[in-house]
Design a protein. Structure first.
Length: 271
């Protein structure tokens, strides 16, 4: 009962995290089905927790940082790690994976000469579990954290609260570069576990390929929803340089993604 009560308190304390989690579950089930969704969630959450547990004790892979325990009793912790923190890795990794797939999946040829409004992507097993998908997803996963982590580090200026700190602040708005390397490592390990599981399951049966694109856009929307949330917080707390830097960082990716979804860009070569 104590565990359940604390879990309910966690939802009330961090409602935005669980909104993003619900969006992830909805988007993932629509695209890959429940059997793949729970495997994706479990592998990414467990990997993130182990890496956070390790990094707060020996500095690997994120570098040294510490949770200060200021919200103990207000939200659920596993050991010294807030549940909501390692949970966030799962929906962020899926969101990054969705963006990567929009850039990588092959486009089906249109039966007519008219260009469709959205490029009809083919949910190809070889493409979605390729080394290219692995590397691009890990990059996009770490890339969005270059906005998230500096905002989270300033949690005492908004409703997150000051829940962690770096003993040796880095040059990127106080965040060490090792942290971003750690995020990429979590993404790589998670997908290296998930991709073989994906290959072993019966393949996803789809109808029109235009539906694949639409369901992928749910994950893309999650990616940009999290980005918009953090940029909004950055501007709200008066961190205008952080907000503008984060905004400009994503302009090239957004342009490339729009061109790709409109069918103007070729598919990135697969390994």
């Amino acid at each position: 009962m104590d565990f359940l009560f604390l879990f309910l308190k966690t939802i009330g304390f961090r409602p935005y995290v669980f909104v993003f989690l619900a969006a992830f579950l909805f988007a993932a089930v629509r695209l890959i089905g429940w059997p793949r969704t729970w495997r994706f969630w479990l592998t990414s959450w467990a990997t993130a927790f182990v890496c956070e547990y390790s990094s707060t004790r020996n500095g690997i892979p994120f570098g040294w940082y510490h949770y200060n325990g200021s919200t103990v009793g207000k939200e659920l912790y596993f050991s010294n790690i807030p549940f909501m923190d390692s949970l966030s890795f799962s929906f962020l990794l899926y969101a990054a994976y969705s963006v990567a797939l929009c850039l990588l999946l092959p486009i089906n040829a249109s039966p007519t000469s008219a260009r469709p409004r959205l490029a009809p992507l083919r949910f190809d097993m070889a493409s979605r579990t390729s080394w290219t998908a692995l590397g691009l997803t890990a990059f996009l996963f770490a890339f969005i954290d270059m906005v998230i982590d500096p905002v989270a580090l300033r949690g005492d200026q908004w409703f997150l609260g000051k829940i962690y700190f770096y003993p040796e602040p880095g040059w990127h708005f106080g965040v060490p570069m090792a942290n971003y390397v750690g995020w990429a490592v979590v993404g790589l390990i998670s997908l290296c576990i998930y991709f073989p599981l994906d290959r072993r399951l019966p393949d996803v049966v789809w109808g029109p390929s235009s539906m694949i694109t639409r369901h992928l856009l749910l994950g893309v929307g999650l990616y940009y929803g999290v980005l918009a949330f953090n940029l909004t917080v950055a501007f709200w707390i008066g961190e205008y340089l952080l907000g503008m830097t984060g905004l400009l960082m994503f302009v090239p990716l957004t342009v490339l993604l729009i061109l790709r979804l409109r069918g103007y860009r070729p598919t990135i070569a697969m390994d």
